[in-house]
Ligand binder design. Structure first.
Ligand code: PGA
Length: 253
């Protein structure tokens, strides 16, 4: 049985006070909701990790993640944060290869392999992002494009390593634009990615990998998206900054 996951990606938003307020609200709402079979993850900026972890405490099904980690274990890499540090702060998830990191920080498929390795070595679950820009979608080469992202970054991992990775499909044209992919478009791509993973790692392993959808998901469209057989949850940007919206999405299965 694959896991249902809703991960909030705060991106570079919220000061200390705002981050604490948002976390406390989510913690209180989730305690009331008693959600059993969905994993919720908060992925704040690095500086928020410690206070957010304190507030999460032992809230059932609520976990801490990061938005990025270094591809190196330690050393003279000014400004970087290692996967080992994240684990020591109580993080259990890390987003790898978000399209904003690929685009603005020029992260390549090869670099993302190294980051994923660091995450796995330190016991973190990578949420590995993939997705196509608008021109690739319009040229109808989106499936080949996204499959290649997975092949180049992940296909040298062992089946055991691969089984620990979560995939997030995020069409770039849907991120922060209010233009979500239709549930059929999401399902089509998720099914194609699962088939692609099965071709390399076998059907059983592919059937157990969670594939999340990201891109303008909100409380109004999450139910429809999550009703699709290959959509196992969401990576949520804008709507994860509002406690009620985030919790409503967690409840949308
Ligand atoms: P969005 O962002 O929900 O604001 O579109 C999703 C993401 O970038 O992870």
């Amino acid at each position: 049985m694959r896991k249902k996951i809703v991960a909030g990606n705060w991106k570079m938003n919220l000061n200390l006070e705002e981050g604490q307020k948002l976390t406390s609200e989510i913690v209180n709402m989730l305690k009331d909701e008693n959600i059993k079979d969905v994993i919720a993850v908060l992925n704040p900026p690095f500086v928020h990790l410690y206070p957010v972890k304190k507030l999460i405490g032992d809230t059932p099904n609520l976990f801490l993640g990061s938005q990025n980690c270094s591809d190196k274990a330690s050393g003279a890499f000014t400004g970087e944060t290692s996967a080992g540090m994240l684990a020591s702060f109580g993080a259990t998830y890390v987003i790898i290869g978000h399209s904003e990191r690929r685009e603005y920080f020029k992260e390549s498929n090869q670099l993302l392999t190294e980051k994923t390795k660091q995450a796995l070595t330190n016991g973190l679950t990578p949420i590995f992002c993939c997705g196509e820009p608008l021109n690739i979608r319009e040229a109808e080469s989106h499936e080949a494009y996204v499959k290649q992202q997975l092949t180049e970054s992940l296909f040298d991992f062992s089946p055991e390593e691969m089984s620990k990775i979560v995939i997030a499909y995020e069409p770039i044209w849907a991120i922060g634009t209010g233009r979500t992919a239709s549930s059929d478009q999401a399902q089509e791509m998720h099914a194609a990615l699962r088939t692609h993973l099965a071709s390399k790692f076998g059907q059983e392993l592919a059937d157990n990998i969670s594939i999340l959808y990201g891109g303008s998901a909100n409380p109004g469209n999450a139910k429809e998206l999550f009703s699709k057989p290959d959509v196992d949850g969401g990576l949520i940007g804008g709507a994860s900054l509002k406690s009620r919206d985030f919790v409503e999405i967690v409840k949308s299965f």
